[in-house]
Design a protein around this ligand. Structure first.
Ligand code: BJW
Ligand code: ZN
Length: 250
């Protein structure tokens, strides 16, 4: 598919008219920054494990050292990565239109690209958190493999500040995502397999309320049949193409 197919005239017109845009991003938007997605076949983060088994509170409490080794490795990978043209295009768009940005990603790359008021729906990879006393901070985690960090306040085992399977989504993220999908007239779903709930429900909810639904993903997902526009390409190419197509009239 070429760039023209990613920027059909009726979609560009619709984007120009939109009063409020809601965006939900997933791991695919960071793929071109070199961060592996979760479920993609060859080198997905979970190509060897079932996600529902690895990212659970049970797996963490059974073997915190192994879990911390995995998160430490991911922190290093993300720290060495850079936001890509897809992140940058969304940050630029947010300076021009009212845009609520919700991300399932824990990598912080939207913030590093300059987006503001980002709702980190599944938490942040770099946060250390204590379930026992509520402590939250950064920097308690030493670099050595096998090291399990303890809370500086109460000495309980710390955990990464991310939302694992079966855990509740923090209330502020839930209400921000609900408000965004209730008030938008256009919803952009980018780089997510739309398999994990409740995150996947907001696009469905916005569409049911009458918003235009746009998906950016090289692959077919459960959301694709609902989309008014399915832009089947990599986010780091499709999003700059959309931004460029909007530019002459702004
Ligand atoms: C590109 C690209 C490029 C590639 N450009 N695109 C309703 C129905 C059924 C089940 C449930 C339900 N409600 C709740 C559940 C249970 C569960 C759930 O959803 N399970 C399903 C899997 C069946 N949900 C939960 O447990 C949630 N909590 C909850 O609901 O609490 C209430 C409750 C409690 C108890 C019981 C029931 C309810 C919490 C979910 C937490 C998810 N956590 C993780 C881990 C975070 C920490 C970490 O990073 O380690 O979040 S799981 C993982 O999946 C991570 C991601 O944010 C999330 C979504 O993945 P994402 O971003 O979509 O990535 P991929 O890899 O799946 O897809 C990448 C996509 O990119 C692909 O489509 C590619 O094609 C595409 N792509 N290159 C654009 N260049
Ligand atoms: Zn504590």
């Amino acid at each position: 598919m070429n760039d023209l197919d990613w920027t059909p005239a009726p979609l560009i017109e619709r984007l120009r008219q939109a009063q409020r845009i809601a965006v939900m991003t997933g791991a695919g938007i960071s793929a071109e920054s070199g961060i592996p997605t979760f479920r993609d076949d060859a080198d997905g983060l979970w190509s060897k494990f079932r996600p529902e088994q690895l990212a659970t509170p049970g797996a963490f409490s059974e073997d915190p050292a192994t879990t911390w080794d995995w998160y430490r490795w991911r922190r290093q990978k993300v720290a060495a990565a850079h936001p890509n043209a897809g992140h940058a295009a969304l940050a630029a768009l947010q300076t021009e239109v009212t845009l609520d940005l919700i991300t399932q990603n824990v990598d912080g790359l939207h913030l590093r690209a300059g987006s503001t008021d980002v709702v980190e729906f599944h938490g942040n990879l770099f946060e250390d958190r204590c379930d026992a006393c509520g402590y939250s901070g950064t920097g308690a985690v030493a670099a050595e493999a096998g090291f399990v960090p303890h809370c500086p306040r109460c000495n309980a085992v710390l955990r990464p500040g991310v939302v694992l399977f079966g855990e509740m989504i923090p209330e502020d993220g839930l209400s921000a995502a609900t408000a965004a999908s209730e008030s938008c007239d256009l919803f952009l779903s980018i780089g997510t397999s739309s398999q994990v709930y409740p995150a996947a429900s907001f696009a469905e909810f916005a569409k049911a309320r009458g918003a235009t639904l746009v998906e950016v993903n090289p692959e077919y997902t459960p959301l694709t049949p609902l989309a008014d526009y399915a832009l089947t390409g990599p986010a780091a190419e499709v999003l700059p193409a959309l931004l460029a197509a909007l530019a002459p009239h702004r």
